[in-house]
Structure formats: structure tokens, C-alpha cells
Design a binder for this molecule. Structure first.
Ligand code: HEC
Ligand code: HEC
Length: 330
């Protein structure tokens, strides 16, 4: 974002347009008020207008408090436009810019938090995950940058994976999680529902076979036919037994976790049209220290499989998370 970008104003026309519009509005308000002030009124008498038989309009002057408020507003606008930007290219005598304020605030925050971030960056993921302060900072980052897709509880939604279960498309070790956050991921399933791949019946057959792998309801005849189609059409990615491949983001089709839905029509749609799914890269945008904190936060949610779990994730809510940690991690 470049708040200083005034390329729209280079022609000069829009600049003048905005300046004239601003001035005419403010001055116009003042003039209108003066005219109303001078208008002849007839205090205590009515204008002669009658509504609903007995509702009448008095011809009183404007109330003083209202008039003065209005005058003050007009003067305030003039002073404001002299000091702050508001009239086309004119920057205002204070030289204030949104960009400048943003930079100043960022700089202040950077100075305040940099030592903390750097301290955690020196620690390994398990130790960071067990640190209550790091967890709080990680959670705040997660709410800001990740929750809109993965949900505020990291539980995911259709097409957005849950980050707190033990099922990982791309692997749940600290290294893999960090790789995912840094470089992003793209999950592509190629469409299979067009000839010469498969016709609609064959798609249904192979879907029934896949459903049978995880104990979902499936037609046994279809599933038998689908079993013959699977090796050629699906095994290259999902593996000969349907267990997937977390090195390439190919989901396991034999478990109970579904990125999309376990409904038959959703699976038919997946196979027919394919899927394209993108986790955006955050490495450059957030920098190594924030990525490190987020890695620890996501890992600490407890879904990592086969890894020593951080105590903070295993401990019931309310505990500090330091109990039960090996001495060298404290
Ligand atoms: C614009 C939506 C979006 C945002 C924002 C987003 N993600 Fe993702 N994320 C995804 C999608 C989609 C996937 C699944 C990619 C795939 O299908 O292979 C994913 C996958 C992941 C995975 C891999 C999960 C697995 O099962 O292996 C991790 C870890 C992850 N995201 C963490 C994060 C973190 C941390 C943030 C915040 C910095 C974040 N994501 C922000 C959309 C998003
Ligand atoms: C080119 C590799 C590739 C091939 C071939 C492939 N898939 Fe996939 N499949 C994927 C990927 C990648 C995803 C995950 C998409 C995503 O990340 O959103 C996926 C997702 C799925 C899902 C949804 C899983 C979930 O958790 O919701 C189903 C069901 C599925 N595939 C079935 C099949 C079947 C059946 C075949 C054979 C007809 C097949 N796939 C062939 C790569 C492939």
C-alpha cells in the first residue's frame, strides 16, 4: 500500500476538483447560515402552515445554541483543512500523512516487541510452545493472520484444514509446519470426470470404493468395480492403499477426516471437477520471528502425531503449562 500515491491527481484537474468542492461546501454552509440568520422571522406567530388540522409551524428564529454550533463547525473545518490534508494535493501545514503515522506506530511497536520476538526465535519450537507468553502472542498472531481461513479455534472449515487434529496434509512436525507457513502450499487434484478418464458411472464406482476404505456407507457392487479403477486413476497420488502422502499434500482417504465433506455428492464433485486449494505464503510478509511463534502455536495445539507433545497442549486449561516439562525445557 502506498498512501502517498497521488498519481490520480497528476493531471491537476482532480486536484482542483477536490479543492473547489471542499471549499464550496464549507463556505456554502457558512453563507447559507448567514442568509438564514438574516431571514425575517416573526417570533411567536405561526407561518400559517397547518397539518393534521391542528399541527402548526412557528416562525421563530434559529435557536442560538444551534447557530453557534454551526458557526463553530464551519470555522473548525477551515482550520482543519489548513492544518491537515483534505484539499487535493495540499498536505496541510502539519505535513501529517497516514503513511507517516503508520510508520511511526510500526516503529514504536517494533522497538517494544523486537527483543521478545528475538528471544523466542532463539528457542526451539517445543520450548516456545510451552511458554505461556509465547502462546499468547502466537494466538494473537493467529487471530490476525490465520483465523479468517482456519477458524478462530483453528478447527478449520470446508476446504480449510483443521490445525488441531492429528491429520496433516503436509506433515505435522515443527519443520513441516514452518515450511507450510513460510512458503505456502498448493493442493491440486486433477479432474477425472472427463473422458478419456472416467464417465459418470465410473466416478461413482470409484467414489464408493474410496468410501468403503474409511467405513462410510458404500454400495458393495459399485465399490468392487471401483476397486479395479482405483490403482490406475488414483493411486499415483493417494497411494496404493489410499493412505495419501504428506510430503506432497495428498490426503489420506482411509481416515475419518475430510477436508471437504464425507457426503457422496461432495466426493463425486471432487473427483469429477478436481480441486485447487491454496495456503498463501507468509514467510516474507511476517518475517522469521513471527513465523517461528506461529509454528510453535500451531504445533502446540496438540495435533502433532508421534512427537513429544508440549506440556502446554496436554495440560488442562488454567495450568501454566510448565508442569511436566523436562528440566532442560524449563
Ligand atoms: C486464505 C486462506 C488461508 C489463510 C489466511 C491461512 N491459511 Fe493455512 N491453509 C489454507 C488452505 C486452503 C490450506 C490447505 C492447502 C491444501 O489444500 O493443501 C492451508 C493449510 C495450512 C497448513 C497445513 C495443514 C496440514 O494439514 O498440513 C498449516 C499448518 C496452515 N495452513 C497454517 C496457517 C497459518 C499459521 C496461517 C496464518 C499465518 C494460515 N495458515 C493462514 C488457507 C489459509
Ligand atoms: C494428481 C494427484 C491426484 C490424483 C490422481 C487424485 N487425487 Fe484426489 N486429491 C488430490 C489432492 C492434492 C487432494 C486435496 C485437494 C486439496 O488440498 O484441496 C485430493 C482430494 C481428494 C478427495 C477429498 C479428500 C478430503 O479430505 O475431503 C477425495 C475424495 C479424492 N481426492 C479422491 C480421489 C479419487 C477417487 C481419485 C481417483 C479417481 C483421486 N482422488 C485422484 C490429488 C489427487
Amino acid at each position: 500500500m502506498d498512501f502517498n500515491n497521488t498519481s490520480d491527481f497528476v493531471s491537476g484537474f482532480w486536484n482542483m476538483y477536490v479543492v473547489v468542492l471542499s471549499l464550496v461546501s464549507v463556505v456554502g454552509c457558512g453563507v447559507f447560515l448567514l442568509i438564514q440568520d438574516k431571514a425575517k422571522t416573526n417570533a411567536g406567530n405561526t407561518t400559517g402552515h397547518v397539518w393534521d388540522e391542528d399541527l402548526q409551524e412557528y416562525s421563530n428564529p434559529l435557536p442560538n445554541w444551534w447557530r453557534w454550533m454551526f458557526y463553530i463547525t464551519v470555522v473548525f473545518s477551515m482550520v482543519y483543512l489548513a492544518l491537515y490534508p483534505g484539499m487535493g494535493n495540499y498536505a496541510g501545514s502539519f505535513g501529517w500523512t497516514m503513511r507517516g503515522q503508520y510508520d511511526a506506530e510500526m516503529k514504536k511497536a517494533e522497538e517494544l516487541y523486537a527483543p521478545k520476538f528475538n528471544q523466542f526465535l532463539q528457542m526451539d519450537v517445543a520450548a516456545v510452545a510451552a511458554n505461556p507468553e509465547a502462546k499468547e502472542m502466537g494466538q494473537r498472531l493467529f487471530q490476525t493472520y490465520c483465523a479468517q481461513c482456519h477458524g478462530s479455534d483453528a478447527g478449520g472449515a470446508s476446504s480449510f484444514p483443521s490445525l488441531k487434529d492429528s491429520d496433516w496434509l503436509w506433515g505435522g512436525t515443527p519443520e513441516k509446519i514452518k515450511e507450510t507457513i513460510t512458503g505456502g502450499r498448493t493442493g491440486i487434484m486433477t479432474p477425472k470426470g472427463t473422458k478419456p478418464d472416467m464417465d459418470g458411472e465410473q466416478v461413482k464406482d470409484v467414489v464408493h470404493y474410496v468410501r468403503s476404505l474409511s467405513g462410510l456407507s458404500a454400495d458393495s457392487i459399485r465399490s468392487q468395480r471401483g476397486k479395479d479403477l482405483y490403482p490406475q486413476a488414483c493411486a499415483a497420488c493417494h497411494g496404493p492403499e489410499g493412505k495419501g502422502n504428506p510430503d506432497a499434500g495428498y490426503p489420506n482417504l482411509t481416515d475419518k477426516v475430510w477436508l471437504y465433506s464425507s457426503r457422496e455428492d461432495s466426493m463425486i464433485e471432487t473427483v469429477t471437477k478436481g480441486r485447487q486449494n491454496q495456503m498463501p505464503p507468509f514467510g516474507e510478509f511476517l518475517g522469521p520471528a513471527k513465523v517461528h511463534l506461529l509454528t510453535a502455536y500451531v504445533w502446540g495445539l496438540g495435533g502433532a502425531k508421534g512427537e513429544a507433545q508440549p506440556a502446554a497442549a496436554a495440560a488442562p486449561a488454567g495450568m501454566s503449562g510448565m508442569e511436566g516439562m523436562p528440566a532442560d525445557k524449563k
